[in-house]
Design a protein around this ligand. Sequence first.
Ligand code: CU
Length: 181
Amino acid sequence: MRIVSITVATVMAALLAVPALAHGFKAGAIEIEHPWARATAADAVNGGAFMVLNNEGKEADRLVSATSPAAERVELHTHIDDGGVMRMRQINAVDLAPDAKIKLAPGGLHVMLLGLKAPLVKGKAIPLTLTFEKAGAVTVEVSVQGAGDTKADHEGKHHDHDHDHDHDHGDHDHGDHDHKN
Ligand SMILES: [Cu+2]
């Protein structure tokens, strides 16, 4: 009987963790539709989260910041075409005019999860708190989807990406100390 109870509890917890058939959230007049992220490789340090932001209000608002317990730091990013090379750039805010429906998607605007504490696993969800200038803060559940074959290059784009976090853990114990002296 105890085993059965534990199993039921586990299933319940799993169901509660991912609420969503209608996977949408609201902060004041702002609707956040279907927040999702891509599954990341075991050694990935960064990930991206995407969603549609829908301003149902009569006033302009802005997404000004985001945080998540799943990442050391969260930034708002866009992609720019820099002489034919798409590069990511941090932006201060995502502007949401009245009636605007702004899509955050791979290759465009996105929420950047920097310094992932654990890989993003397909089928799981992570909390993400979005702060809007007027609508305030709301925590949404970001569903982790497949890495995606064409879009798996999102992580690759970080190679051209001039953030100061280090992508190169693997290199640091190469030549600079020699135990064989
Ligand atoms: Cu980015």
